[in-house]
Ligand binder design. Structure first.
Ligand code: CP
Length: 322
């Protein structure tokens, strides 16, 4: 694996490989000593042009658990404010020895530009670009669904036969896009639930069905209900229903939580806006996988960095556990 830019171009085998190596990584995280020597001497740069809590810290934790050196760059407080370009910023960090660059950027396509421009030789991981994709979020979501469903029998399994409903601001959501492609590749049935104003125009080309009715989607008995944040920062307010209307029609409240099957899981990539798209009862319920998703994110990102930087030969997964 040279770069990880999206899930749309991941094959089923690629995706299962990452998820299975993440299982090995997760096993190592229950040990007393969590650190592995796999990436000793390698340098991972976190290059973040947009705010982040989970993704940036998770990549940092993942790289450190693999013994890599980590350099954290945040556009805020940097020479980006003086007009420095993405090319010059990236080449500056490459000159300091970056082997992998984990990039979050407001512009869709920025990670691909970095990976294909020839500006740098480091491997590139997309940590969220505009409204395009957030592949490691989708991988950790798939890992979480698989783990909750199949437990210790997860390795090698896809998600065939499982139903996942993704609810909310689909239009602006890179998490939704990455999940739709990955879940489809892994055999799951995906339903998108959103206000009509928050459905992308090209959705008919996506491998998913669309409904505007959350209660109808819940009646379809989804194995996982994935609630999304309303991305007000990317939105023209005129397109958005009022918060009150949104919460009433598309929010996961106590009534809808009670209507879900006992074994349905409630997911959210974070950050959550409690009281808008998800109630406190739902976020804190036993069905909520929110903190599992965070914990699994470290294992999945360890797997991604490992496969990027330490080789992906047939014995790679075995090496992880040695
Ligand atoms: N899920 C996610 O990307 O969260 P952050 O924005 O906090 O990284």
């Amino acid at each position: 694996m040279r770069h990880l830019l999206d899930t749309r171009s991941l094959s089923r085998d690629d995706a299962l490989r990452i998820l299975d190596v993440a299982e090995d990584m997760a096993d190592t995280q229950s040990r007393e000593v969590k650190k592995l020597p796999a990436l000793r001497g390698r340098t991972v740069v976190n290059l973040f042009f947009e705010d982040s809590t989970r993704t940036r810290i998770s990549f940092e934790a993942a790289a450190k658990r693999l013994s890599a050196d980590v350099i954290n760059f945040s556009a805020k407080g940097s020479s980006v404010s003086k007009g420095e370009s993405l090319q010059d910023t990236a080449q500056t960090l490459q000159a300091m020895g970056a082997d992998a660059v984990v990039i979050r950027h407001g512009a869709s396509g920025a990670p691909r530009t970095l990976a294909t421009s020839g500006w740098i030789s480091a491997g590139v991981v997309n940590a969220g670009d505009g409204t395009h994709e957030h592949p490691t979020q989708a991988l950790l979501d798939a890992f979480t669904i698989r783990k909750r469903t199949f437990g210790d029998a997860s390795r090698g399994r896809d998600l065939a036969g499982l139903r996942v409903a993704i609810v909310g601001d689909i239009l602006h959501s890179r998490v939704a896009r990455s999940n739709v492609w990955l879940l489809h590749t892994l055999g799951a049935e995906v339903t998108l639930v959103a206000p009509p104003t928050l459905v992308p125009q090209d959705v008919s080309h996506w491998p998913a069905t669309v409904t505007f009715d959350l209660d109808e989607a819940i009646a379809g008995d989804p194995h996982a209900l994935m609630m999304l944040r309303i991305q007000l920062e990317r939105m023209n307010a005129a397109y958005f229903p009022t918060e009150r209307e949104y919460s009433r029609r598309w929010g996961l409240d106590a009534r809808r939580l009670a209507a879900l099957s006992a074994d349905s899981m409630v997911m959210h990539p974070g950050p959550m806006n409690r009281g808008l798209e998800i109630s406190a009862e739902a976020a804190d319920s036993a069905r909520s996988t929110v903190l599992d998703q965070v914990a699994n994110g470290v294992s999945v990102r360890m797997a991604a960095l490992y496969l990027l930087l330490a080789g992906s030969g047939p014995d790679a997964a075995q090496n992880v556990t040695e």
